[in-house]
Ligand binder design. Structure first.
Ligand code: DSN
Length: 424
């Protein structure tokens, strides 16, 4: 590469990724094949429209690669229709809202502090300015059980047009049947945002919301699914004649969503990313991906157990999925940001996060979020989780001792040198 500045930064970032452990639950390390597709000449091509119905010429290869990504996504997630064009998870969610709602309509989604996501109606987002969001949360933060009785009462009162099951910080399973019962009772569109657990669903180690009658699933492709940064929207039902006006009915949802992604909300799709999505879907279909997903869960359970043994107070006292939330204030009387910064010093990457009923502000919340998708890709197993929990405890309790932190960092770096990145 002639641009030395960028070249150096790419190399430095590769080194950073090699030397440390990525514990942020929404991150992962992609394969060399995914990277190659992402950096391919498909980035040169404009292809507004959908396969077979484009607005520009020269589409014989883009049509085929996008069709491949669509077919693989459908197969992987038992969908009838897939839109693989959303640039990421936020645009995917917004496209569904815009396809189905009118301004002022109500959406029911998880509270942010309980594990919900910004795009599920946080007041600072553009969606929250257009639509009315009502909330559900946990009945008991010690177990993580959702308060389904209260959820139903709120739904009967507010008649949401969408009931959204999904999260970015909730470590337990959702009861999709209960969501479906409430949604069907009030006539809501059942939408799941499976961004965090898409890889677990693809591998068959987490439940698929379509098995419970959900109408729409959105996801990112770069978390547990281990693909490029991007989004997808999956639906049941087929696209109807795209030239005719369509009514807002459940049957028309695939057509409404396709129209909303393009031309409604986005312009040209990123066909290089779509090619990389196709590669990631292929990889997720291989038997080894199931082993990977099983190991994510084993590692997560073990890490949770070891952290608790080391005095970390976990939100819901454990985990059923790939992610773990720690209440750092109760555990060690420091806030989540300070904990994140201490762990950065020993090359363990985590992220601070709000915890239920957090008394601290979002930029300096009480919680720390971590997870096992990336370290499992790297090849770590249950025994290694004991090391990570011990390093974390040592670093947090010796946070003012710079030579102790330097020693821990050396230990982490030397451990990591035996676990190359998949793209090495
Ligand atoms: N930023 C993602 C996460 O970390 O969970 C969600 O969009």
């Amino acid at each position: 590469m002639k641009d030395k500045l960028v070249y150096d930064l790419i190399n430095k970032e590769r080194d950073r990724q090699r030397k440390g452990l990525e514990l942020i639950p929404s991150e992962n390390y992609v394969s060399r094949d995914v990277l190659e597709a992402l950096g391919s000449v498909f980035t040169n091509k404009y292809s507004e429209g959908y396969p077979g119905k484009r607005y520009y010429g020269g589409q014989e290869n883009t049509d085929r690669v996008e069709s491949l990504a669509i077919d693989r996504a459908k197969k992987l997630f038992k969908a009838d229709h897939a839109n693989v064009q959303p640039h990421s998870g936020a645009p995917a969610n917004i496209a569904v809202y815009q396809a189905w709602l009118e301004p002022g309509d109500t959406v029911m989604a998880m509270k942010l502090d309980q594990g919900g996501h910004l795009t599920h109606g946080q007041p600072i987002t553009s969606s929250a300015k257009l639509y009315n969001f009502v909330r559900y949360g946990m009945k008991d933060v010690e177990t993580g059980e959702i308060d389904y009785r209260q959820m139903r009462e709120i739904a009967l009162k507010t008649r949401p047009k969408i009931i959204l099951a999904g999260f970015s910080g909730y470590p337990r399973k959702l009861d999709y049947q209960k969501f479906a019962d409430i949604g069907n009772e009030v006539g809501a569109l059942l939408m799941a945002d499976m961004a965090h657990i898409a890889g677990l669903i693809a591998a068959g180690v987490a439940e698929n919301p379509f098995d419970y009658g959900f109408h729409v699933i959105t996801s990112t492709t770069h978390k547990t699914l281990r693909g490029p940064r991007g989004g997808i929207i999956l639906t049941k039902g087929k696209v109807s004649n795209p030239l005719r006006p369509v009514e807002k009915t459940i049957q028309n949802i695939p057509t409404l969503i396709d129209r909303e992604v393009f031309p409604g909300f986005q312009g040209g799709p990123h066909e290089n990313t779509i090619a990389a999505k196709a590669v990631a879907f292929y990889e997720a279909m291989q038997p080894s991906f199931k082993d990977y997903a099983i190991q994510i869960l084993k590692n997560s359970k073990k890490l949770a157990e070891q952290l608790m043994n080391n005095g970390f107070k976990l939100i819901t006292n454990g985990t059923d999925n790939h992610l773990i939330q720690i209440d750092m204030v109760s555990s060690f009387k420091i806030d989540g940001r300070m904990a994140q910064e201490v762990l950065d010093k020993i090359d363990l990457s985590t992220n601070c996060n709000a915890i239920p009923f957090d008394q601290l502000p979002p930029y300096r919340p009480s919680g720390l979020r971590l997870g096992t998708p990336a370290i499992t890709t790297r090849g770590l197993k249950e025994d290694d989780m004991t090391k990570i929990a011990t390093w974390m405890k040592e670093a947090i309790t010796n946070r003012d001792n710079s030579s102790k932190l330097a020693n821990l960092k050396t230990e982490v770096n030397s451990f990591c040198s035996t676990f190359p990145l998949p793209s090495d």
